[in-house]
Design a protein around this ligand. Structure first.
Ligand code: 10G
Ligand code: SF4
Length: 318
């Protein structure tokens, strides 16, 4: 600790996950290979800085495929899309590259398989989130959304003996477990997913925040307002004992008043957040006397994903 007693605890892991890294590289490679403009349906990841930077480089972000000119190239975001979106792109003769994270695609496959076996699927997730729309679109007749523990009581199911839960990948682990236990109280025969749907990156970032939060007067989470996993980190910090926690896009969003009477500030970032933004926050905190930084490491991440097929280098013959 510094003489002033002021210090920063920096969570590790934080920031980019393997799926985000892959999705952003997908857009960058598509720009290199095909030239601007490249269209992207929805924000490639939920981060303002990423979207602004790619826009400056010639990416045009659209809400729906009908805004893309016939025959143009469109990338689908990391959060995944429903079959209906693929179909509408095909109808407009769009060239497509799907940057859906393989761990989201895994949940789509689970949904399809359980629907094929005539299960009813209770999909735990946030209403209106793109990932949930994509997953639910795989089997709309078989899927009901469960948006948190309080929405369990109003559910009506067809056959309690053929019921399984799946989830969005970026939820709070603790809140999801609470939702599942409420579901199980109502439906004792409820089946679990074959493997974790809340992904390794979401879980690891929450574990790291939980480890440092009890020692923090304030936890600053770098991330955008529409980033589900980043917002969850603020909630987890508060639940784990941080006295205050705020989400910021940029260092300039830090309000100096937050630092009144504070000696330990925790810093972390969501899975869609470039490290340069965290550096900016650390520099700003150093200006306020928080120059001592201690890293709190709870896991080492090594996972990477191959780029989508369309962008992999061609294999040389021989
Ligand atoms: O946390 P959400 O799902 O809102 O997305 P994000 O873009 O902020 O972070 C990366 C996570 C995904 C691409 C969803 S699997
Ligand atoms: Fe994939 Fe998890 Fe990252 Fe989503 S948060 S892109 S599921 S690794």
């Amino acid at each position: 600790m510094s003489d002033s007693g002021k210090r920063v605890l920096l969570a590790e892991p934080r920031g980019y996950c393997a799926g985000v890294d892959r999705a952003i590289e997908t857009v960058e490679r598509a720009l290199e290979k095909h030239g601007a403009p490249v269209y992207v349906r929805k924000e490639i990841v939920h981060n303002k800085h990423v979207v602004e930077t790619l826009t400056e480089r010639g990416v045009i972000f659209v809400e729906e495929t009908d805004e893309v000119p016939e025959g143009a190239l469109v990338v689908f975001s990391a959060h995944g899309v429903s079959p209906a979106v693929h179909a509408s792109a095909a109808q407009r003769n769009l060239r497509t590259i799907d940057a859906a994270c393989p761990l989201v695609t895994k949940v789509h496959q689970e949904a399809k398989r359980f629907a094929r076996d005539d299960y009813e699927i209770l999909l735990i997730g946030h209403d209106g989130h793109e990932e949930v729309e994509g997953t639910a679109g795989e089997a709309p007749e078989h899927i009901q959304l469960v948006d948190g523990p309080d929405s369990v009581d109003s559910l009506e199911v067809r056959d309690e003996s053929k019921l399984v839960w799946l989830s969005q990948t970026t939820l709070s682990v603790d809140e999801t477990m609470e939702t599942v236990s409420r579901l199980r109280e109502r439906f004792p025969q409820l089946q679990d997913p074959p493997s974790d749907d809340i992904c390794y990156a979401t879980q690891n970032r929450q574990v790291a925040v939980k480890a440092m939060a009890p020692d923090c007067d304030l936890v600053i989470v770098v991330g955008s307002q529409n980033s589900s996993n980043s917002v969850r980190l603020v909630e987890v910090a508060l639940q784990a004992g941080a006295r205050a926690s705020h989400l910021v896009d940029y260092a300039r969003d830090i309000d100096e008043a937050w630092l009144d009477g504070v000696s330990t500030v925790g810093v972390t970032s969501g899975a869609s957040v470039p490290e340069v933004l965290v550096r900016g926050v650390l520099d700003r905190l150093a200006e306020y006397g928080f120059g001592t930084v201690e890293t709190v490491t709870t896991a080492n991440e090594t996972l990477t994903f191959a780029l989508p097929r369309e962008l992999r280098p061609a294999r040389s013959a021989g």
